[in-house]
Design a protein around this ligand. Structure first.
Ligand code: PGA
Length: 218
């Protein structure tokens, strides 16, 4: 117990994160390992649907993902906000406009993530609610590919703000001020209900919950 308290346990941590969560998860892992340097970490980066499969087959300790669906016998605790925003190339005529009506998106081509992505299903729900059907001719399975395509002027995209901080800072992408955005999602740390978490997994879960709270309260 003493060794665990001091973070010196030689644990093993098997975690999977949604591809979109990878933009901050590795940083969190890095700071966790500062206090738990002897922990071996296995990190898998995949989409929401694959994560649910891994949880179901007991292949991982913890997942970091959007809110899981009911009925999977999972424990899920939210620890951080995940705002979804609309991005465009900086020279897009909509960039810099104020209060763009959401209906305006119906005239645009949208580049979307693959089926199975949480970002994609959340934006589909959003467009259904607002009864808008943007053209979605382009489907790509990584946030990186989507950002490149948007930069190249192929269309607009709805992505997590976590994926574009660098491009917004360097002005390679523009954030559009569209009505009803951002879509507010949350990040959850998730495990099977009947999973006996190791001391290491328990410590990492607590670390995420504490870090998230710290990020929200500044
Ligand atoms: P994803 O992100 O789009 O990479 O699956 C997870 C989520 O928002 O649920």
């Amino acid at each position: 117990v003493f060794a665990e308290l001091k973070g010196m346990e030689r644990g093993n941590l098997k975690i999977s994160v949604a591809s979109t969560a990878n933009y901050f998860a590795t940083q969190l892992l890095a700071s966790f390992r500062q206090t738990h340097p002897r922990v071996t970490v296995n990190l898998d980066v995949t989409n929401r649907e694959a994560l649910l499969g891994q949880l179901e087959h007991n292949q991982i300790d913890l997942a970091v993902m959007g809110q899981p669906p009911d009925g999977h016998d999972l424990i899920a605790e939210s620890f951080m906000e995940n705002p979804l925003v609309v991005i465009a190339a900086p020279d897009n005529p909509l960039a810099g406009q104020k209060h763009i009506p959401v209906s305006r998106l119906a005239d645009e081509t949208l580049i979307v993530r693959e089926a199975g992505s949480g970002t994609r299903s959340a934006s589909e729900r959003f467009f259904q609610t607002h009864q808008i059907a943007p053209r979605t001719g382009l489907v790509m399975n990584t946030n990186e590919a989507i950002k490149q395509a948007v930069q190249a002027g192929m269309g607009l995209a709805v992505v997590s703000l976590h994926t574009v901080s660098l491009e917004l800072e360097t002005k390679r992408l523009a954030l559009l001020d569209v009505e009803f955005f951002p879509i507010q999602r949350y990040w959850f740390v998730v495990h099977r209900k009947n999973k006996r978490l190791s001391a290491t997994a328990q410590a990492f879960k607590q670390f995420l919950l504490d870090e998230g709270k710290a990020a929200v309260t500044g």
